[in-house]
Design a binder for this molecule. Structure first.
Ligand SMILES: O=C(O)CCC(=O)C(=O)O
Ligand SMILES: [Fe+2]
Length: 170
């Protein structure tokens, strides 16, 4: 990904450093008698830099939004899904976009996913990389401390707010 935006190949890996913050989340979605009315997870973007998702091999449910349309993520046994998170969108000054996704429920089957959220150190400031800001591409996001951003993401989700990343846009 770094190479795509003319940065050294190891740029983001080095940036993660030793004190980077990784969360492992198991999501369990029980059977739901009214899947048309109940979502497993409401539409959101991840507050991570990058997310690796190991989805259930037997039950689908994850959907991605593109141009207002929801698409099912197909099940490919043992494949890992790599999602771009908000921090990558901010660092890349909007070159990479974090994707809106949600999880629908299923009337017959329960579902599991294991999600790894990789991000920077909690105390680190996140802002567009200076290498990617110039007169042609002015800075598009304000600066925020990573731990404050993570708190914002959970707060906006819990309160049905708009996407946290939208509140940083200039
Ligand atoms: O269950 C899934 O496949 C997606 C979970 C998810 O989007 C998340 O934990 O942020
Ligand atoms: Fe997610």
């Amino acid at each position: 990904m770094a190479k795509v935006i003319n940065l050294p190949e190891e740029y983001f890996v080095n940036m993660l450093g030793e004190k980077s913050f990784t969360q492992a989340i198991f999501n369990y979605y029980p059977q739901c008698p009214r899947p048309g009315h109940v979502l497993g997870l409401r539409p959101h973007t991840d507050g991570s830099m990058i997310t690796i998702n190991f989805i259930d091999a037997t039950v689908s449910g994850l959907q991605l939004q593109s141009n207002g349309v929801w698409y099912n993520v197909p099940i490919i046994p043992n494949a890992l899904i790599v999602n771009i998170g908000d921090v990558m969108e901010i660092l890349s000054n909007g070159f990479f976009k974090s994707l809106v996704h949600r999880v629908v429920t299923n009337a017959e089957k329960e579902r599991l996913s294991l999600v790894m959220l990789y991000t920077l150190e909690p105390e680190k400031e996140i802002e567009p990389l200076s290498e990617l800001v110039d007169d042609e591409r002015p800075r598009r996001y304000i600066k925020i401390k990573n731990k404050d951003y993570i708190a914002k993401v959970y707060h906006t989700y819990a309160n049905h707010g708009k996407l946290a990343i939208d509140t940083l846009k200039i």
